[in-house]
Design a protein around this ligand. Structure first.
Ligand SMILES: Nc1ncnc2c1ncn2[C@@H]1O[C@H](COP(=O)(O)OP(=O)(O)OP(=O)(O)O)[C@@H](O)[C@H]1O
Ligand SMILES: [Mg+2]
Length: 259
């Protein structure tokens, strides 16, 4: 793997946030994103000025049975193990569980000049060469999203760097709230593969390589990442369902995808 290259800054943040579960920092509410079902808000790190997107927002704070924040964090942590560009996520305990029953997650602002794929496309910023260049990562991500049973993939959940190099589109994948225990309600809950949805060419060799890599992850690495997420974010039952399905699907990914 190691198909992605990150700027030094991004790489450091990825390592730092994979290393922790919860942010110890103070984050300031900078108002609603005004976009999306989970009513995300923009947040700013009080010490560093770094920006992020926190979810769920106030209108979804009381949802106890939807572990959005835990799913967001786990999707990043698992993607980190596979060296894939899910935007870094950390959990945020502020006002949990009193108001935010299952806590919140913060997704690091993807790129200084970041646009949703469709918006970049509509502005004519994704040239044919750039679209082609996204093929390998799109292929790898479909395998990853199949592993975690994400049910909310769309091209608008791919952020693109407007300042990408001329021939190589930089992408970051966001919004994994509706994956894992959102879908899996038992320890053995088979779910279908993610269908292709990104307007970029797929590479079957990359898909196979990614599936083989995920199959080769140590069970212990996956367990450690899942088991370290606790209350208020993730109760024991959904946690057990997540772990059991991740480990079973990890072994069978090629069969699930038919590759
Ligand atoms: N890390 C990030 N960097 C930049 N923008 C982000 C980031 N995370 C989320 N956004 C933006 O914040 C808004 C809400 O994002 P997200 O898709 O995670 O929430 P949602 O409520 O599930 O949305 P939807 O219902 O539209 O899927 C979107 O405009 C999205 O592009
Ligand atoms: Mg979304």
């Amino acid at each position: 793997m190691g198909r992605r290259t990150y700027s030094a800054l991004q790489a450091r943040l990825r390592d730092e946030w994979f290393g922790i579960v919860e942010t110890p920092d103070v984050w300031i509410d900078r108002g609603p994103m005004n976009d999306g079902e989970s009513q995300s808000i923009r947040v700013e790190n009080a010490a560093t000025g770094m920006m992020g997107v926190a979810k769920p927002g106030p209108g979804k704070a009381a949802e106890e049975g939807h572990y959005r924040a835990a799913h967001e964090k786990l999707a990043f942590d698992l993607a980190y193990l596979v060296h894939l560009p899910v935007a870094p996520v950390v959990l945020w305990r502020d006002q949990a569980p009193d108001i935010y029953k299952r806590g919140r997650s913060i997704s690091a602002w993807t790129f200084e000049q970041s646009l949703k794929w469709d918006e970049a496309q509509n502005r004519g910023l994704i040239t044919p060469v750039l679209r082609e260049s996204a093929g390998p990562i799109v292929s790898a991500m479909r395998v990853f999203h199949t592993w975690i049973a994400d049910t909310d993939r769309k091209s608008d959940h791919t952020q693109v760097n407007v300042d990408s190099p001329e021939k190589s589109l930089e992408t970051a994948f966001i919004d994994h709230g509706n994956s894992l225990a959102f879908v899996w309600k038992s320890a053995d809950h088979p779910t279908p593969p993610q269908a292709p949805y990104m307007p970029a060419p797929e590479h079957s060799d990359v898909m196979i390589e990614t599936a083989v890599f995920i199959t080769g992850l140590e069970d212990g690495e996956v367990s450690r990442v899942v088991n370290r997420i606790g209350l208020p974010y993730l109760p024991a039952d959904p946690k057990a369902h997540i772990l059991a399905n991740l480990l079973a699907r990890k072994r069978n990914l090629r069969a699930i995808l038919g590759i």
